[in-house]
Structures are given as structure tokens and as C-alpha cells.
Write a protein that binds this ligand. Structure first.
Ligand code: CTP
Length: 399
């Protein structure tokens, strides 16, 4: 979001305080946020709060005689890259659907050529009312993006739909608007996280994968316009908005889910750290300690990526990861050949900033053509570089 020019329009809902948190989050990411508020919004939170958080004067009055505020609806909308209306009341939604311009906020929306994102927040009955639903449908027809409100307890004491969307969902919508849609129309299958192989009712074998790289791939692909299915082992990460999640536990469950979803995918990325072995037999009762030693009989799991490589369609792009502690490039190249994939992404699991559970990564991309080492980047930046490579590979296949 760095440097992005966001014009935030705040309207009179109890959820105004949440929008103040969003301004703070945007400012932390160094976005340039300018805020305009309806008179009703200023009853909930003062313009001073939004001014302090955004670092810019807040506009509220269409008829101000203050030199800086004059013609604010034109100057505000001028260089905004996106107009975000949050929270959006039923009243403002109705005004926007009618193309009305009787306050600063609605006039600025009409005067802007930037995309408009609307985040409704209201009582569930107001939201369900046919008039509101019709107005929202009209806004969609006009090309406005609606970030659907969520279900849950509402300020009025009722429980239902109408809660302002979570910031993460809205942030993804904004990032999607800014991103090139160069993966539009692509169906992408991603696996992420560790698998858990049970030993008894209390214990399992697993590994240190956090799932962060696979989730970053899913988020960035979705932003770039793809339809993403994310098959994930157990992680503590929130589901990326707009992505179809398939939660699994074991390697066998992951293999089954991959088999189900692979035929519909043009691109498959196996970022999951699949356990290579499972217990030969899972004990029905907790294994008790008897004596000093314990031997576990393990049997190999199916290599999901290698199976995909064998059965692949030639038009599919198949990508594997190789988590290595030594001989990185040679191991990556060996896996590229052995698993018959188009690209292997090698990462160093012993590096301080490239290992498990960190937000950065430094990977080498290995293809038949050669190896390319990327710089130390955030996992999202790394993911975007991987997508650039995948798009190039996909073009090479004539797609
Ligand atoms: N992989 C898989 N199924 C397995 C094991 C690995 O699909 N049972 C996939 C991973 O998702 C990854 C790639 O294979 O994309 C490489 O995984 P890695 O653990 O680095 O390699 P292994 O084949 O397990 O080889 P080794 O343990 O010898 O390093």
C-alpha cells in the first residue's frame, strides 16, 4: 500500500471507530490517506481523530469558505487512486445509487474517476430491506466494488449480517485493484503448511512449516485475478480472503484433495512440507512408556508432487519447493528432474531470515533453462516473483 493515494469517505455508523483503525493501519504502511466525513460521521468520532491518524486535514463541509477547503469535492477526488467508503450507511448507499451529490462525500464520489469500494455497515434488517438490496445491486452495476458485511453480533444487540468487513478483507480488495490482473482466468491450486501424521490419540509427527510462503502465494495470486484453491495443513494463519480453502491434516488427506482439485487447475504449486513418512499403525490408545527405548515403525507416504509430475497434462505448469539445508542448487535440480516439474523453488531452511516461520525468504528459481537467485525479500514479494516466472513459463507453453 506504500505511496497509494486513498480517499476515505466516512459516514455515520457506530462502526466509524473501526475506520479510524484502518487509517492507522494504512498510515503504518505509508499509504497517503485523505479523509472526508459526513456530518453524521462526525457525531461518532471527531475529525480531529482522523486528522491526527492520517496526518492530513479532514474535510467535512461542501460549503466551506476556508480557502483550502473550497471546492474540496473536486480537489479531494482529483488524485485519489481509490475511493473507499467505510463504513457506508444505508443512507449514503441510497444516495450513491441515485447519483446524488448533496454533501461533500457524495459529490466527491461523483467527481472522481477512481474505482470506488463500498463497505456497508448497518442493522441486519436495514441491510436485508429490498430497497438497500436494490441500491447495492445498482452500485454493483455502476462498477462500484462492494465488500460484503459480515455476520455476527451487531451494535443494536441483534445478531446477523451487517457488521463492517474486517480490515484484512478490505485491504485485499484494495491490493487487488492496484495489482495487474495478469493471472485473470487462471485456476490455481496451491498446497501449504505441514502435514500431521498421527501416532496415537495424543501425538503426531510433523515439521516446522508455518505455511506462510504458501499463503503468500495464495493471497498474491488472488490479487492478480486468479481463482485459487488452497489445500492447507494445520497452520495458525487466517484464511486469505477470496480463496477457496481445503483444510487437511495428513499427507494422505492432502493427496486425496490434490487429486480432486488438480484436473481443474492450469497451475499447481506444491509449497506444503509433506511428511515423508507416517506410522505403520496408529495406536488406538496412548502409547505408554515401557523401558528406555521406543521404536516407531514408519512407512513412506505417497510423493504427491512426483505423482502429479507423472500424470500431468503438458499444458499445466507444475511447481515444487525444495527445503534444503545444504547442496541447495544440486538438490533443487535433482528434484526438478525426478519429479518432472517446470520449476523448483529452493529455500535455505538454515538461514536466519529464510528459515521456518519468518516473514522473509531468499529463494533460487530452478528451471530447465537455468537458476536465478532472488534477493532477500518478504514472502509476498517472493511470491510475486514466483508468479512472474510462472507466467513466463506458461507463455512458453503457448498459453
Ligand atoms: N512433496 C510431496 N509429497 C511428499 C513429499 C514432498 O508432494 N510426500 C513435495 C513438496 O510439497 C515439495 C517437493 O515435493 O514441493 C519437495 O519436497 P522436499 O521435502 O524438499 O523433498 P523430498 O522429495 O521430501 O526430498 P528429501 O526429503 O530427500 O529432501
Amino acid at each position: 500500500m506504500q505511496g497509494r493515494k486513498v480517499l476515505l469517505g466516512v459516514t455515520g455508523s457506530i462502526a466509524v471507530f473501526k475506520a479510524a483503525g484502518w487509517v492507522s493501519a494504512l498510515a503504518k504502511e505509508e499509504a497517503q490517506v485523505t479523509v472526508m466525513m459526513t456530518e453524521a460521521a462526525t457525531r461518532f468520532v471527531t475529525p480531529l481523530t482522523f486528522g491526527a491518524l492520517s496526518g492530513h486535514q479532514v474535510s467535512t463541509d461542501m460549503f466551506s469558505t476556508d480557502a483550502e477547503e473550497m471546492m474540496a469535492h473536486i480537489s479531494l477526488s482529483g488524485d485519489a487512486e481509490v475511493v473507499l467508503i467505510a463504513p457506508a450507511t444505508a443512507q449514503t448507499i441510497a444516495q450513491l445509487a441515485q447519483g446524488m451529490a448533496d454533501n461533500l462525500l457524495t459529490a466527491a464520489v461523483l467527481a472522481s474517476a477512481a474505482p470506488v469500494v463500498v463497505c456497508p455497515a448497518m442493522n441486519s434488517k436495514m441491510l436485508a430491506h429490498p430497497a438497500t438490496q436494490r441500491n447495492l445491486a445498482t452500485l454493483k452495476e455502476l462498477g462500484y466494488r462492494i465488500v460484503e458485511p459480515e455476520n455476527g453480533p451487531l451494535a443494536c444487540g441483534e445478531v446477523g449480517s451487517g457488521r463492517l468487513a474486517e480490515w484484512e478483507t478490505v485491504r485485499e480488495t484494495l491490493l487487488g485493484l492496484f495489482a495487474d490482473q495478469d493471472l485473470a482466468g487462471q485456476h490455481i491450486l496451491i498446497t501449504a503448511g505441514p502435514t500431521r501424521e498421527p501416532l496415537d490419540p495424543a501425538r503426531y509427527l510433523s515439521n516446522r512449516s508455518s505455511g506462510k510462503m504458501g499463503y503468500a502465494l495464495a493471497r498474491t495470486a488472488q490479487r492478480r485475478g486468479a481463482e485459487v484453491v488452497l489445500i492447507s495443513g494445520p497452520t495458525s494463519l487466517p484464511a486469505p480472503p477470496g480463496v477457496t480453502m481445503v483444510p487437511v491434516q495428513t499427507a494422505a488427506e492432502m493427496a486425496e484433495a490434490v487429486q480432486e482439485h488438480a484436473p481443474g487447475a492450469q497451475i499447481i504449486i506444491k509449497a506444503a512440507a509433506v511428511a515423508d513418512f507416517r506410522a505403520k499403525e496408529v495406536a488406538s490408545f496412548k502409547i505408554k512408556k515401557k523401558g528406555a527405548d521406543l521404536r516407531l515403525d514408519l512407512v513412506p507416504n505417497q510423493d504427491i508432487l512426483a505423482s502429479l509430475g507423472k500424470e500431468r497434462r503438458q499444458d499445466q505448469v507444475l511447481v515444487g519447493f525444495a527445503a534444503e539445508s545444504n547442496n541447495h542448487e544440486a538438490e533443487g535440480r535433482r528434484k526438478l528432474e525426478a519429479k518432472q516439474v517446470d520449476l523448483i523453488v529452493v529455500n535455505d531452511i538454515l538461514g536466519q531470515q529464510t528459515g521456518f516461520d519468518v516473514d522473509t525468504n531468499q529463494v533460487t528459481l530452478i528451471t530447465q533453462e537455468g537458476a536465478e537467485q532472488l534477493a532477500l525479500l518478504s514472502k509476498e514479494e517472493t511470491a510475486n516473483k514466483i508468479w512472474d516466472k510462472v507466467i513466463a513459463l506458461s507463455k512458453g507453453k503457448g498459453k
